[in-house]
Design a protein around this ligand. Structure first.
Ligand code: ATP
Ligand code: MG
Length: 153
């Protein structure tokens, strides 16, 4: 079923009211007001929910989270960026393994399952996931999905 990805994301952001730390804002940055997509809503919701939850959890109070949605070469790209603890270089190759947790996350609660599930769901939707991260500076996770051809008919 087709839906507007921008409106969907705006609504999803409201669900983080209780999870957010003091002074954290989740900003949606997008030049477009509507992007019609034919994606699996349930899977997409899990994916964004997990990534934004991580961004909140691995950031401090007053550190904002930015979501950016762009379209390029028939791909829709969703970026989730935080200014949190970051991921140490030596852990970065293992982030999508089940139960893997980075060294600097040991005193923050988690099971290490979220990202593994996010990757599986992204691939089920013919998408890809990548990230860039720097310890003590922050992380940015990118998910990309092909825009359905129907979009342009
Ligand atoms: P959960 O299963 O509850 O999500 P988790 O958050 O520990 O537990 P993942 O979401 O799979 O597990 O993340 C795996 C690890 O990747 C985390 O333990 C943390 O070390 C690191 N990580 C993930 N997202 C971020 C982020 N935004 N900033 C810093 N580290 C992150
Ligand atoms: Mg997690």
């Amino acid at each position: 079923e087709a839906f507007n990805l921008i409106a969907f994301t705006e609504t999803l952001i409201e669900e983080f009211e209780d999870l957010k730390k003091v002074g954290q804002t989740i900003n949606l940055q997008c030049k477009l007001t509507s992007i019609k997509v034919f994606l699996d809503v349930k899977l997409l919701k899990h994916i964004i929910y997990n990534l934004v939850s991580n961004a909140i959890k691995y950031s401090e109070e007053h550190q904002d989270i930015n979501i950016n949605i762009t379209i390029k070469n028939q791909l829709v790209c969703i970026e989730i960026k935080d200014k949190g603890i970051g991921i140490p270089t030596e852990d970065q190759n293992n982030m999508f393994q089940r139960f893997y947790r980075a060294n600097n996350a040991s005193n923050i609660q988690g099971t290490g399952l979220g990202l593994n599930i996010v990757k599986q769901y992204t691939e089920l939707m013919d998408g890809t996931i990548n990230f860039k991260s720097k310890i003590n500076e922050g992380s940015i996770f990118y998910i990309e999905f092909p825009l359905n051809q129907k979009q342009n008919e």
